[in-house]
Design a protein around this ligand. Structure first.
Ligand code: RRO
Length: 307
């Protein structure tokens, strides 16, 4: 099966990428599989300055997924440019860099700093982090605010770097946010970020996470993510979609492709299986071949077609 894929028009060797946040900057997955065999490493959202994150504990397991309230812990753009991106570039690993900020100008400045950086395939604009102090900072809840960020980033970003907007499932109408982002110049959409959740410890009778609420990921949110991909592909069939949310097998990935995703990200699955991205690539190729597809491209959005 021809697994050639594209991220916003840039060819990649595989439609399978990592998902932002779950494997930092790729280094920790390097012992487990060849990082050049996947489409790209999507890096943990970076901000202008280093940030220490929210109170611990920041991760909780549930029977069907993970809850996190990391709170954008990270090295900041200087650290990323000095250490993590050169590490990836030296090994020939493509980086899809997730950027986050609290003001429109923060996002624009990050995009400007990433212009022409070797190995940077494109930008994932994280307008949907659920773990920020003010929910007002979640640009993805408002189509106008989302479009403002996308337009500002697209204006200053390297023209060779596709810009994807990462959307939140915590909205009443994801299609209107998606349409606003596409209209503002997004080259694609990443769907979905985590879904805001809560876990209470029955022994302490208090919230498990130091930050109280957190973003739910993993199999629990897969049908929600798949529904978002379906709705947006139905409304905007020409906008590339990077699908994510609880993908842990090739058959999970296949569902996202059939719903309209042209690529997928694997996040939470790496906690149980650090080589999940490579395994899912192989399983997806097998699943496509078994169903008579000679090329990945022919399966994108297939579920929407009349039998
Ligand atoms: O760092 C986080 O707490 C975090 C981010 Br930025 C995000 O976009 N999604 C998430 O579940 N956690």
């Amino acid at each position: 099966v021809d697994m050639q894929a594209s991220i916003g028009g840039v060819p990649v060797v595989s439609p399978v990428l990592t998902a932002s946040g779950c494997s930092a900057f790729g280094q920790e997955l390097d012992p487990f599989f060849d990082l050049t065999s996947i489409g790209a490493v999507v890096t943990k959202s970076v901000q202008l300055r280093p940030r220490s994150g929210r109170p611990t504990p920041r991760m909780a397991e549930t029977p069907s997924g993970m809850l996190n309230s990391i709170g954008l812990q990270g090295p900041g753009i200087d650290g990323l440019l000095a250490e993590d991106l050169p590490w990836l570039a030296q090994r020939g690993v493509r980086a899809f860099v997730s950027i986050a900020g609290t003001r429109v100008e923060d996002f624009a400045e990050l995009a400007a700093r990433l212009r022409g950086v070797p190995g940077v395939l494109g930008l994932e604009v994280n307008i949907s982090c659920p773990n920020v102090e003010s929910r007002g900072e979640v640009f993805a809840c408002d189509p106008v605010a989302a479009a403002d960020v996308v337009a500002a980033v697209r204006e200053v970003a390297d023209p060779a770097q596709p810009v994807y907007a990462k959307l939140s499932p915590d909205v009443t109408d994801i299609v209107s946010v998606a349409a606003a982002c596409a209209e503002a110049g997004a080259n694609g959409l990443s769907m979905i970020n985590t879904l805001l959740g809560l876990v209470i410890d029955p022994d302490t009778m208090r919230p498990v996470l130091g930050g109280v609420t957190g973003g739910l990921s993993g199999p629990a949110i897969r049908p929600v993510a798949l529904r978002c991909v379906w709705q947006v592909h139905q409304a905007l069939p020409n906008v590339p979609i990077l699908g994510m949310g609880g993908i842990r097998s090739g058959l999970d990935a296949l569902q996202f492709v059939l719903a309209g995703a042209s690529a997928v990200s694997v996040g939470t699955a790496v906690f149980n299986d650090p080589s999940a991205p490579a395994r899912i690539h192989a399983e997806l190729a097998d699943a496509l071949g078994e169903r008579g597809f000679g090329r990945l491209a022919d399966a994108i959005g297939y579920a929407h077609r009349r039998p």
